[in-house]
Design a protein around this ligand. Sequence first.
Ligand code: PCA
Length: 213
Amino acid sequence: MKLLITGFEPFDKELINPSWEAVNSLNDNIDNIIINKLQLPTVFKKSYIKLFEHIEKIKPDIVICVGQAGGRYDISIERVAINIDDARIEDNEGYKPIDEKIFEDGENAYFSTLPIKAIVQELKKFNIPASVSNTAGTYVCNHIMYALLYYINKNKLNIKGGFIHVPYTTEQIINKPNTPYMDKNTIIKALEICIKTSFSFDNDIKISAGKEF
Ligand code: PCA
């Protein structure tokens, strides 16, 4: 079995991106799953081209994209990606789209096909804070999640895909008082659990993981 897992370059004046730091520290083999790691540029128009090239090359069974969600306190397993780019800040090449569709011929939204609730349940078993998130935002992370699911859908590929947001790591919050963070080793452990759960649950479990807002 093969996994393609991606993390992003640092953006928004950060020196590191915890998604790539953690992805890059994963073992190359976890429970006989071959782990292919890829760093993506935090650039709207380039990120998905690189992703699609590697899906073609590797032909993975599952693709998990990971990104930084500075300010969130837990591992958030994204449920849905929407067909809109609306950037608060420029990407790493100075592009700042406002209310642009990602793909004109795509659905308004695509749902993750990972077992998102099983993943949350397993993470909590290991005392790692986690939740299902109902928005991946409207920046490059939502963009890549949308592009991934669009590509799988349009090409009718037998690949499961989804997106996970991770908090800042300790070193990033030194000068950010009262900001949530997670130790890098905990994020690495969390990703291992996400990977194992994604390969071991064919269908998601039916438990409530909803929120009022
Ligand atoms: N987080 C950003 C883009 C890259 C990343 O790691 C986001 O949440 O959109």
